[in-house]
Design a protein around this ligand. Structure first.
Ligand SMILES: [Zn+2]
Ligand SMILES: [Zn+2]
Length: 339
């Protein structure tokens, strides 16, 4: 079968490999769609690492069960695949923070992922895809959707009346701004350096969009726009400049949440401004059990509009993903690979 494998920074190959067999507790999924995430681009640009190489990338998987192994799933079941498989036994797992499991196994990072014809996954990671939701859309729910849901609701604790800044209008930001809006946040402001991404975000019902241009202070722009800053700023980009902008956009008592993945060290504010303003800067990682189902249900009822999808056939995905990594190509929405 075909598998798009990461061999090291800048090195992505469409390899011919043996089809997977289900190990104990695993099922085999024929991939119908697999989203490409910002973190996949970070592996390719060398700023993040996988557990081993070569590895098949892809952690936003929707597909059809072809071999249910010993699980109660059946051949032909339509599923999406939870990104992380927590151990269920460690201290983090037993205190309700399974996303921080010390031995979490993430598909496409610690085991072969879904940019392939077939993928083996733990049966416990397979979540039923409700009828009426296309695999391309369902695929984005497991990471872009569920990660944004956890960040907005638990880490940023967005609630009615909060002013919210979303930095990065990609797949996660597109979901995040809708969760903020649905929680009653007002205004919801979205900032991005890509005008087309802001245009797409605008159709989700944001109150303000801010185009980030070279040399501009996003923090100052947000403070001017909101007469003093926002209650919560959620950063979905993973750059030092955007984390700094999130902090500098806050009103006293505000919360900045970093979701983006990157390696640039961040300089923020002098200590006096942290203490006098009781700012919070925190991170958000992945999601918890049940979050994917919540996102799928919101997609099913129409409470959340799915992000714009750009489907790419597996045979040309290599060059498209490499072009996105180098910045030579901007996607018009979430890139989803269809084998
Ligand atoms: Zn991801
Ligand atoms: Zn654990």
């Amino acid at each position: 079968m075909r598998a798009l494998r990461f061999h090291g920074a800048g090195d992505l190959r469409l390899d011919e490999v043996a089809p997977p067999r289900p190990a104990r507790g695993e099922v085999i999924v024929a991939v119908d769609a697999c989203g490409v995430c910002g973190s996949d681009l970070h592996f390719l640009d060398g700023s993040a690492h996988t557990g081993f190489v070569p590895i098949t990338l892809g952690h936003e998987i929707a597909g059809t069960i072809t071999d249910p192994g010993t699980s109660d799933l059946a051949q032909g079941n339509r599923v999406v695949v939870a990104v992380g498989h927590p151990c269920g036994a460690c201290d983090r797992c037993s205190t309700g923070r399974s996303n921080l499991c010390t031995s979490i196994e993430v598909v496409g990072i610690h085991r072969d992922g879904g940019l392939a014809d077939l993928v083996a996954v733990p049966a416990a990671s397979a979540i039923a895809l409700p009828p009426g939701i296309a695999p391309e859309i369902g695929a984005t729910a497991v990471d872009a959707g569920a990660t944004a849901f956890h960040a907005i609701t638990r880490r940023a604790r967005v609630s009615r009346g909060d002013s919210v800044l979303i930095i990065g209008a990609g797949g996660l930001g597109g979901y995040g701004l809708q969760f903020a809006r649905n929680a009653g946040a007002t205004p919801v402001i979205v900032a991005d350096s890509d005008p087309a991404a802001l245009t797409r975000a605008a159709r989700f019902g944001v109150d303000e969009t801010l185009l980030v241009e070279e040399g501009m202070s996003l923090g100052r722009a947000v403070k001017l726009l909101t007469h003093g800053g926002v209650d919560a700023a959620i950063e979905f980009v993973g750059r030092a400049s955007t984390v700094e902008a999130a902090v500098k956009s806050l009103r006293p008592g505000g919360r900045a949440v970093v979701v983006g993945v990157g390696i640039e060290p961040v300089a923020t504010l002098p200590p006096v401004l942290w203490s006098n303003n009781e700012y919070t800067l925190t991170g958000s990682y992945g999601s918890l059990a049940g979050d994917v189902e919540t996102v799928l249900s919101a997609l099913g009822t129409g409470d959340i509009t799915p992000p714009q999808i750009e489907t790419v056939p597996l045979e040309v995905a290599r060059s498209e993903i490499l072009a996105a990594t180098s910045g030579a190509r901007r996607t018009s929405g979430r890139m989803v690979v269809v084998p």
